[in-house]
Write a protein that binds this ligand. Structure first.
Ligand SMILES: Cc1cc2nc3c(=O)[nH]c(=O)nc-3n(C[C@H](O)[C@H](O)[C@H](O)COP(=O)(O)O)c2cc1C
Length: 89
């Protein structure tokens, strides 16, 4: 992670936030000065509490406005995702 400044973090919405495995993954790194771009599949809850939870789990990082993708439409969401990525890079 040391070699990266901007990190795209993707996950499904589980019970209104990231799956617990994501919290376990994230807590292994030093996030100070990093920029996190969250993308989240879900079945209607959007990003839920995940952006706020990312801010708490990744102390010192800047968390950008994330993108919500309806899970059933993920395969058809390329242009939506590309437009979001273009705004960030
Ligand atoms: C344990 C579990 C909890 C979930 N909780 C939510 C939820 O709170 N809100 C929501 O919109 N979708 C919820 N979902 C649906 C997932 O977000 C959805 O299945 C996923 O984003 C689509 O990716 P997949 O095809 O890899 O499952 C949940 C799914 C699982 C398995």
């Amino acid at each position: 992670m040391d070699g990266y400044g901007t990190i795209f973090v993707g996950y499904p919405n589980w019970w209104g936030t990231m799956p617990m495995a994501m919290f376990t993954f994230l807590e292994h790194y030093d996030w100070s000065g990093k920029r996190i771009c969250p993308f989240c599949t879900n079945e209607g809850s959007g990003l839920g509490d995940s952006e706020g939870d990312l801010k708490r789990a990744c102390w010192g990082a800047t968390v950008e406005k994330g993108i919500s993708i309806h899970g059933a439409e993920a395969a058809q969401s390329q242009s939506k995702v590309e437009a979001w990525v273009r705004k960030l890079v």
